[in-house]
Design a protein around this ligand. Structure first.
Ligand code: SF4
Ligand code: MG
Length: 333
């Protein structure tokens, strides 16, 4: 299948009193047409910064310092803010966690959905209104014509997120990036929004990047998964591979912290310790302070990436041991 997005060795840094600190340290991954890629990891792992780097929406003290982001064969990492703005209105869209994106409280839903249609799609106000109603219908909002005249506070959190999705879809994006879109919603609404995104992706033949810390969401929506830790991609694979045969100790930890409703004896085992701060210097594997399997080499040498299957790769020295017996090979990373 065609590759829509190819991120190669992305490095994004933040200016601080301590100098330039890397939040993303050489991430590489791709998204194919019609595919949903989940980027998973704890808060602070660099997953949101990766998305904002792709969108050209980094805060003013953040900067891409290395690597390339190829979207339909254009390099986004070297585009001007103006070109990026055009791209965001036409080809890629992003939705955020609900409170962050809170629609502008002083304007009606109709105003906020018409505006991008008039600016980017050059529709007249009347056409934009009709298209807005269509979009609200498409995201499952009942009585869409009446909703157009309402203000954001008159809608529930789930309905507001549906409006945000409608606005994101107004540019007919070929790639939709969703950053924790259901985290602020209650469980039932969360499931409805996930179903909606799954349906829309199929219907509109979009690609999607879903950013989440929740392995339950990953199970519902992903085709492929990348796991990030402290700015690095530490494992990637098909969703079945990640759930059935996780290799990285961190991935295994994330999976064992998902409650198993079928198992009454299940114990919630979150990974002990926390993500390092951006300015913390850690030698060797950046996970070693939290890793129950760390051995000598892990303290001094940054792990190579090893292939487990043609789609599954893992960045951990334990694979080298397997390699000697099982024939796994280190890739060039
Ligand atoms: Fe643990 Fe070592 Fe693997 Fe890092 S490289 S995850 S410290 S075993
Ligand atoms: Mg985040």
């Amino acid at each position: 299948k065609d590759t829509v997005l190819e991120v190669t060795n992305l490095v994004t840094k933040f200016k601080s009193a301590d100098g330039l600190l890397p939040a993303v340290r050489g991430a590489s991954f791709s998204v194919k047409k019609g595919e949903t890629l989940c980027i998973v990891g704890e808060s602070g792992c660099g997953k949101s910064i990766t998305a904002l780097s792709i969108m050209g929406l980094l805060p003013s003290n953040g900067k891409i310092t290395d690597g390339s982001i190829s979207f339909n064969n254009q390099n986004l990492a070297s585009m001007s803010p103006k070109e990026m703005q055009k791209l965001r209105g036409n080809d890629v869209s992003m939705i955020f966690q609900e409170p962050m994106t809170a629609l502008n409280p002083v304007f009606t839903v109709g105003f906020q959905i018409r505006e991008p249609l008039m600016i980017h799609q050059k529709l007249s106000k009347k056409q934009a209104h009709a298209r807005g109603i269509e979009l609200l219908k498409m995201v499952g909002i009942p009585s869409p014509a009446e909703r157009m005249n309402q203000f954001p506070h008159e809608l529930s959190g789930g309905m507001r997120q549906r409006v945000m999705i409608a606005i994101a879809l107004s540019c007919n994006p070929s790639l939709l990036i969703a950053d924790e879109p259901t985290t602020a919603l209650d469980v039932t609404i969360q499931a409805q929004i996930i179903d909606l995104l799954n349906d829309l992706k199929e219907q509109l033949d979009m690609s999607m990047i879903m950013i989440t810390h929740d392995m339950g969401v990953v199970a519902e929506i992903a085709d492929r998964v990348i796991v990030m830790y402290a700015g690095e991609v530490i494992e990637e694979g098909r969703v079945e591979e990640i759930f059935e045969n996780p290799q990285h100790p961190y991935t295994k930890g994330l999976l064992s912290s998902v409650p198993n409703v079928d198992d009454p004896d299940f114990e919630l085992k979150p990974i002990a310790g926390s993500m390092p701060m951006l300015n913390e210097k850690i030698s060797g594997c950046r996970f070693h302070p939290r890793c129950p399997y760390a051995f000598e080499k892990c303290f001094s040498e940054s792990p190579k990436t090893f292939s487990v299957t043609d789609k599954q790769n893992v960045r951990c020295w334990l694979q080298e041991e397997v390699g000697q017996n099982g024939g796994r090979r280190a890739s060039s990373l």
